[in-house]
Ligand binder design. Structure first.
Ligand SMILES: C[C@H](O)[C@H](O)[C@H]1CNC2=NC(N)=NC(=O)C2=N1
Length: 114
């Protein structure tokens, strides 16, 4: 468990500040497999996880879903044969909040524990 994944998501209101470029540079070092990407004008964190078949990909998807429910923060999940694309961003602020980095780190932990 990393520093980030040991944290809990906090309530993210519509007026919460987005992570600054300086904060992003520090936080992304703790989740080096994640790629920050702008999609539809919204900064997001994305990582592709590889599996041996669809069943394994679906099991991982469900575990990430359960973690998301516990945190009250929810990712984009695209489950395909042998592959799950996980995308984190905060809908309420249309960008990245610390919560997204916390949940990306927790997603790494789910994968590591399979
Ligand atoms: C009411 C509920 O808590 C909110 O809509 C939560 C749910 N999950 C969420 N997940 C994400 N990724 N961003 C949000 O802003 C968000 N808001």
């Amino acid at each position: 468990m990393s520093d980030l994944s040991a944290q809990k998501c906090e309530a993210c209101r519509a007026d919460a500040p987005k992570v600054s470029d300086e904060e992003l540079a520090v936080l992304i070092k703790q989740i080096p497999d994640w790629v920050p990407e702008v999609r539809d004008g919204i900064m997001q964190l994305e990582r592709v996880f590889k599996f041996k078949n669809f069943k394994a990909a679906l099991e991982f998807t469900n575990k990430v879903g359960a973690m998301a429910e516990e945190e009250g923060h929810h990712p984009g999940l695209l489950t395909e044969w042998g592959k799950v694309t996980v995308t984190w961003w905060s809908h309420s602020i249309k960008g990245l909040h610390k919560n997204d980095f916390v949940c990306a780190a927790k997603t790494d932990d789910v994968f590591a524990a399979l």
